[in-house]
Each structure stands twice: as structure tokens, then as C-alpha cells.
Design a protein around this ligand. Structure first.
Ligand code: PHE
Length: 339
């Protein structure tokens, strides 16, 4: 074989060798006793002097080069084999009796827990769950709830209006528009709750957020009364806090209920900010205003209902003794991992 192709194939074989055995075999094929290059070197003796000089130098240089390359590659392959051996050793030493690594487990946000619990209790009392959009129209959020444009009662809800304002879109300021949406599509009698996120254009502090959660309630029938409302709410709180709680109704004003009231609950021991024994405002409520029934096409003389809207954040704060509403929206794991 001529020298030059021999050189190429030998260098290629060195590069390709993946382990000592392969490298050994290649070495033997070129430089062993009957190796290709060895045979060439040996045959030099039979050549004429000029040919021997020319070919001899080339062949000897190649031998030196290959010896060097084989030695280098041998070191590399040895190093690689050590790494592989180490890896295998580790794999073989898996201790099947060692305790496994515990994967971190996700969990529900306190507000979600509270919402689920509330849904469960109201469903057990025959209430269906209704939903509505967070972007509302002026009609559903205000007009249909007996709060016409320019009515001073609109100031009760600091509103995020969407641009342009005259388009009449806003972020709902309460869950009460779901009352309207549901009654438009369903005939009485009915009982629903509508939990959801709401938005107020307000400064934040320990008890105010610009978005929070409400749970709306609506029950419409032939003879629905304030007594029914009180009994249902009392039972809800009893189940929610897992003990009897004291509540009181206080006269109030909402355009969509008449009469209207505020429901207060008495703080027990262990209140987060030292309110023990004080009355705390829990929700707005009342008997559905005839104009609300008119807005959805019900005949006011035929139906009676109560409605209420409670703050889920406050409920969570009371249940878990959370002192600051902003913690619920902070995303702080030191807080969240406690639930
Ligand atoms: N929507 C009222 C609020 O956000 C609460 C409410 C609901 C009052 C239903 C009466 C009846 O303040």
C-alpha cells in the first residue's frame, strides 16, 4: 500500500477507537508484527538505494507519528473509561432502602379554600353556583341594580372605568350584577350564590385592597323573608366556623335592596388585631328592590327575595386569623405555606 492512504486510514482508526481493546487492535493492524506499516518498513531492504531513501524517510516519519498518536489516544481512552467506570459504580450503589426524596406538594390558596368551603355549605342548602364576567357593563353593575347614572349612590363604589368611559365598560365593583344576569335567564323560584373577584378604585391598607373577593347570594320565591335570610346566614356561619356564632342585623342602605341591612358578627377570642368581643361588619344584605325585579322582567308583586354580598377575604382573615388583607395577594411563600 502507498504511504499516504495508509496514513489517512491509520489516523482515522486511531480517532474512531472507543476503548483500549479497539485501539489495541488498530495498533496491531498497522504497527504489530504483521502490521501494514511494519511490512512496508521491512520491505525497504529490497529496494534500490534511491527508492529506499525516499520511501524510507516517509515510512519512518509515519511510524513516529502513529506511535505518538496511539500513545495520546490511549491516554484519552483510559481517562474516558475511568469516568464510565465511576458512573457505573455510582449506579450500582443505589441504596434501595434509603428514604425517597419528598417532592414539594402544591396546595390551595386560603381564599380558594374559603370559597370552596362556602360553596359546599350553600350547595348543601340548595343553592346553585352562578358566575359572571369581571368586565361588566354599566347596565349590569349599576342601572339594572336601581343605580341610574348620576345617582349619588354610584359613589358608594369607586369604579375602574375602561377607556373610553362613554363605552360603559368597567371592572365590576361587586358581584351583584350576577343577580341580574342569572334572573334574566332563569325563572323564580331560585337560590344562587355567585363567588368571584371584584375591583375597587381605592387606596390599599391592612383592610382594603383594590381587588378582592365577594360571595353574592340571592334567593327568590313566593314567601322569602328576612327571617329565612337570618336563619340561612346563621347556619352558614355555624358550619363555616364550626361553632355557633353571634350575628346581628343593622339597618343600612343599598339601592337594590329595601329594607337593607348590614350583618355584623361578633369576634371571638384569638382575633388577630385585638377585636375580641367587638362586632365586625361581614356583609351587606336586604330584601330585593322591586325595581331590580322590573329590570329583569319579573312581576314585583308576585315575588319576594333576599340578596346578600359577603367579603370572602374577611371571612378568610377571620377563619385563619390573618391580620392584613394584603398578605392574601402578596404571593409570599412564608405566608402561603402555612395553609
Ligand atoms: N353589592 C353590595 C356591595 O358590594 C353588597 C350587597 C349585596 C348588598 C346584595 C345587598 C345585597 O357592597
Amino acid at each position: 500500500m502507498a504511504i499516504s492512504p495508509l496514513k489517512n486510514s491509520a489516523l482515522e482508526a486511531i480517532k474512531r477507537a472507543q476503548n483500549l481493546a479497539e485501539l489495541e487492535a488498530s495498533y496491531k493492524a498497522y504497527l504489530g508484527k504483521k502490521g501494514e506499516l511494519t511490512l512496508i518498513l521491512r520491505s525497504l531492504a529490497n529496494l534500490s538505494e534511491t527508492e529506499r531513501k525516499a520511501q524510507g524517510k516517509e515510512a519512518n516519519d509515519l511510524r513516529d507519528l502513529l506511535e505518538k498518536r496511539f500513545a495520546e489516544r490511549k491516554k484519552e481512552v483510559q481517562r474516558e473509561e475511568i469516568v464510565i467506570q465511576e458512573k457505573l459504580a455510582i449506579r450500582e450503589h443505589v441504596d434501595v432502602t434509603a428514604p425517597g426524596k419528598r417532592l414539594p406538594k402544591g396546595h390551595l390558596h386560603p381564599l380558594t379554600l374559603v370559597q370552596k368551603k362556602a360553596e359546599e355549605i350553600f350547595q348543601s342548602m340548595g343553592f346553585a353556583i352562578a358566575q359572571g364576567p369581571e368586565i361588566e357593563t354599566e347596565w349590569y353593575n349599576f342601572d339594572a341594580l336601581n343605580i341610574p347614572a348620576n345617582h349619588p349612590a354610584r359613589d358608594m363604589w369607586d369604579t375602574f372605568w375602561l377607556k373610553p368611559k362613554n363605552a360603559g365598560y368597567l371592572l365590576r365593583t361587586h358581584t351583584s350584577p350576577v343577580q341580574i344576569r342569572y334572573m334574566e335567564k332563569h325563572n323564580p323560584p331560585l337560590r344562587i350564590i355567585a363567588p368571584g373577584r371584584i375591583f375597587r378604585y381605592e387606596a390599599t391598607d391592612a383592610s382594603h385592597e383594590f381587588n378582592f373577593y365577594q360571595l353574592e347570594g340571592l334567593m327568590v320565591g313566593k314567601e322569602v323573608s328576612v327571617a329565612n335570610f337570618k336563619a340561612i346566614i346563621q347556619e352558614f356561619y355555624r358550619q363555616f366556623f364550626d361553632k355557633p356564632v353571634s350575628i346581628r342585623l343593622r339597618p343600612s342602605y343599598f339601592p337594590f335592596t329595601e329594607p337593607s341591612f348590614e350583618v355584623d358578627m361578633r369576634w371571638g377570642k384569638g382575633s388577630p388585631r385585638g377585636e375580641a368581643g367587638k362586632w365586625l361588619e361581614m356583609m351587606g344584605a336586604g330584601i330585593v328592590h322591586p325595581n331590580v325585579f322590573r329590570a329583569v322582567g319579573y312581576i314585583p308583586a308576585e315575588w319576594r327575595g333576599f340578596a346578600f354580598g359577603m367579603g370572602l377575604d374577611r371571612l378568610a382573615m377571620m377563619k385563619y386569623q390573618i391580620p392584613d388583607i394584603r398578605l392574601l395577594y402578596s404571593g409570599d411563600l412564608r405566608f402561603l405555606q402555612q395553609f
